[in-house]
Every structure is written in C-alpha cells, then in structure tokens.
Design a protein around this ligand. Sequence first.
Ligand SMILES: [Zn+2]
Ligand SMILES: [Zn+2]
Length: 316
Amino acid sequence: MPVSDPRAQNPHSSDRATPMDKNFATDFSVRFWGVRGSIPTPGSQTVEYGGNTSCVEMRLGEKRLIFDAGTGLRVLGMDLLKQMPVEAYLFFSHTHWDHIQGFPFFVPAFIKINTFYIYGTIAPDGSTVQHRLNDQMLHPNFPVPLQIMGADLKFVDINVGKPIKISDDIVVETALLNHPGEAVGYRVNWHNYSAAYVSDTEHFPDRLDENVLFLARNADVLIYDATYSDEEYHSEKSSKVGWGHSTWQEAVKVAKAANVKRLVIFHHDPLHNDDYMDKIGEQVAEQFPNSLIAREGLSIQLSSASISSPPVPQKD
Ligand SMILES: [Zn+2]
Ligand SMILES: [Zn+2]
C-alpha cells in the first residue's frame, strides 16, 4: 500500500506543498478543518498544526459528512460557498463549546438552497441537539437566533448503538464514549473502507473501552482524542484523571488492539505548541509507524491511502 507521510518529508523542500484539493473529493476522503480541543488557540506557536477546534469532513462518493462544529466549521463553510448548493450530514459528538462554536458562523446554513441533516444524541438532561444548538444562539449570548438560518435544517436524534443508514453504501455506527455529560463516537463504513471518529473520550484505568474497540475495529483510519500524554494525565501537580480525555499512549494501545491501519492523533491540548506536537508525532510513530498528528488542511484518501498536507509555514 503506497503511502506518503508528510512528516517524513523535508518541510523546506519545494515539492512538499501538494495542493490541498488535489487528492481530495473522490472515493473516501477525510479532511481536517479543526484539530484543537477545549478552546481555539491562534498565535505564532500553533500555525503548523492550527488553532481551530474540532471539525472533520469526510467525503464518500457524492456524500459529505461533517463531524463536529468547532471553529474549524467556519473555515469549511467558506470553502463550501464555492460548491453550492450543499447537502451535508453533520454529526455532533456532544455539545461542549469546542464542538459547537463554529455553528453560528457556518455561512452555508444561512443560505436557502442548502440542506443539512444534523445528528446528535439526547443529553442526560433530556435536551435534544436542536435544543442545545438553539440555546447557544439566544440573547444575550448571541444576536442571531437559529431560526434565521435559511437552509433546510433537518434535526435527527440518534439512538446510540443503532446504525444510521445514509445511503445504500454508507452506514454510520455509533457508541457512547466516556466523557462528562456523555459523548458519542462514530464509525463510517463505505464499501470495504471505514473511518472512526472517537472524540471526546477518557480511557479506563483497567481495561480498553469496548465501545472504542468496537468503533475502531480494523478501521482504515482511527481519529482519537489524545489530548494528553500519559505523563500529563498522571501528573501529581495537575492530574487530568476524570477530565474526559485520553492520551497518545492509550491511542496506540487501542490502535494495536483494534488492528487499525492508520492512527490520527486528534483534539490537541491548547497548551501544546507546534514544537511539542512535532515531538509527540515522533514518539507516536516510534510505537505505531502508521500514525499522523492531525493538522488543519491534512487530508487522507482511504481508497488509495494517499495523504496530502498544506504547506507548512516556515519558521525563522
Ligand atoms: Zn472537546
Ligand atoms: Zn467535551
């Protein structure tokens, strides 16, 4: 299986800058628009990996699936304006801020000719995803209510565990994740290919999470919440146990146990700058060579296993 890994290439060579769209939009592709967790982190220390919060796009033939509506969704929205009318399936893992903040700024949702199917779970407090998205756009928190969005928005409450059939050849499976207030993980199946989106989740201390293993089983791509390193997670000064996130070491364990072909480290901690992420990338690759650190603009084409990445701004 021919693979080109952008991490293995010289960031200063001129042939590295593959145009983002070149290997995208055919067959089954995954593209990253926001890779950060918790809060956007713009600035000179995060230009390489990006500062927008969670948003991942998957293209499967003619269909477009979007996972989470962090601030990366705003950028995806600008791109979609060139491709209208747009029909897309938007899946929410949960509605913590870093997964919904891009939604009020998603311009295609304000345009009448577009259609969005919006999937989310009913929260433990009984609220639907429609209710929660509506709430974040109410006065005095936001000036424009959700009702102003002119696109055809079709909200769907997920029954976790029941597969969602998007078309004859696309089935999305779901499972609950271990996260405060609950989150749901997804696995997209298309012909013989599959990609799992597992964010946000915390691993168990004594065993691998069977729900995560279910979603990740033999997946071509596993996108996993690796907010921390084990050292940070178990830090005596500032333990992250119970915060609802996992580590890159746990990501490797899951990827090996579930026979994953490619592991993508995702939902980066706001404190992790580009240099830190570079080091994490090397450490993960030592233990699981077919791994990548998610960065804005990264796209992976599953059907030919090729990867393209935007040019990295040069550091002085
Ligand atoms: Zn999050
Ligand atoms: Zn969360």
